[in-house]
Design a protein around this ligand. Structure first.
Ligand SMILES: Nc1ncnc2c1ncn2[C@@H]1O[C@H](COP(=O)(O)OP(=O)(O)OP(=O)(O)O)[C@@H](O)[C@H]1O
Ligand SMILES: [Mg+2]
Length: 311
């Protein structure tokens, strides 16, 4: 058997494995909607008893294991039931979501960590510019939610935001496990995702790649990190779907890919190959304008197609 045949065989096997995993996620998603929307939203808040100055109890205990990040949970993560959450301020308000800096801490101890809470916005304020491509790739698992979304009822609007939150959380889990440089996904609860905060211990968020000026050596190092991460992503069969220098942040030289609600299954999605091509083109153009030879970008596209099993 030639190297190519062997590669194809292994890559088909990986794709089957991926698909089984995705199915498990989709089934979990179905259960998630059920649980979330039959629950009285007030049960999520226990405001009366929250210690002074805190904004809420830690929501960690309210998420089930599948609604939390992959195990083992990192040592820095505060998982104690006695912990509380402090909102330290807005990181960014966007069209689709607000990102808020949270401190999760156990009062009167030194246990604390910083989290980025991404809250999908209630739909009056938002446009889901990425809906169309998402719908092409996947149907909604819950017929009731799908009808409500189509009719834009209050329930439907909320389900819609939760659908995006869940899609991003699932993608973060999958990518984190595959070794892609993404923030560690801490938990999802309703329309809010908590993830590792990328930035300084003082709460300054890492800058976006688009804003960075760097030396040739730094640029080459970032490119290498990008190639590693995108290759790991391609081996899961997916591409980011909205990759650009705005969705990559850099923390003291460490490149981290963010904003993944619309990841695209390159093989299943009818335009999967175009999305992969576009992602590499968008992010590659930042590197080319920073002086990277353009052939590296072409090489990367070729490499990622090979990794996904599309030739
Ligand atoms: N985990 C994180 N750590 C630090 N900063 C973050 C994190 N996640 C997001 N941010 C910041 O918040 C901004 C918005 O996040 P993200 O891109 O995920 O949301 P968005 O609503 O899709 O925004 P946009 O429409 O601008 O793309 C990011 O550009 C980044 O500056
Ligand atoms: Mg973004």
């Amino acid at each position: 058997m030639s190297y190519d045949d062997n590669f194809q065989k292994i890559s088909k096997k990986n794709q089957r494995k991926n698909r089984n995993e995705h199915q498990a996620f989709d089934e979990a998603q179905h259960d998630y909607y059920r649980a979330f929307f039959t629950e009285d939203p007030d049960t999520f808040a226990d405001a009366a008893t929250v210690p002074e100055n805190a904004d809420r109890w830690s929501t960690w205990d309210q998420s089930t294991p599948l609604e939390r990040g992959p195990e083992p949970h990192p040592g820095w993560l505060v998982t104690e039931s006695a912990a509380v959450d402090y909102e330290l301020g807005a990181v960014k308000s966007g069209k689709e979501a607000d990102v808020v800096l949270l401190e999760r801490a156990v009062p009167d101890t030194s246990r604390r960590c910083l989290l980025a809470a991404k809250r999908y916005i209630d739909p009056d304020r938002r446009q889901f510019r990425r809906d169309h491509q998402y719908r092409d790739g996947r149907g909604h698992p819950d017929a009731r939610a799908a009808r409500a979304i189509a009719k834009r009822t209050a329930f439907g609007l909320k389900a819609h935001a939760a659908q995006w939150a869940y899609a991003e959380f699932s993608a973060l889990r999958r990518m984190w496990s595959a070794g892609v440089a993404v923030p560690y996904p801490v938990q999802i609860l309703g329309t809010e995702i908590c993830m590792e905060f990328i930035g300084t211990a003082d709460g300054d968020a890492a800058p976006r790649l688009a804003r960075m000026r760097c030396t040739a050596a730094q640029r080459d190092d970032l490119w290498e990190q990008l190639v590693e991460s995108l290759s790991a992503m391609a081996r899961t069969g997916y591409t980011h779907g909205d990759l650009s220098a705005y969705n990559v942040i850099v923390d003291d030289g460490r490149l981290v890919i963010i904003d993944l609600p619309q990841t695209i299954d390159v093989i299943v999605h009818p335009n999967g190959s175009q999305f992969l091509d576009r992602d590499v083109h968008h992010i590659g153009s930042w590197f080319v304008s920073a002086g990277l030879p353009a052939r590296h970008v072409t090489d990367l596209t070729r490499r990622l197609f090979a990794e996904t099993g599309v030739s």
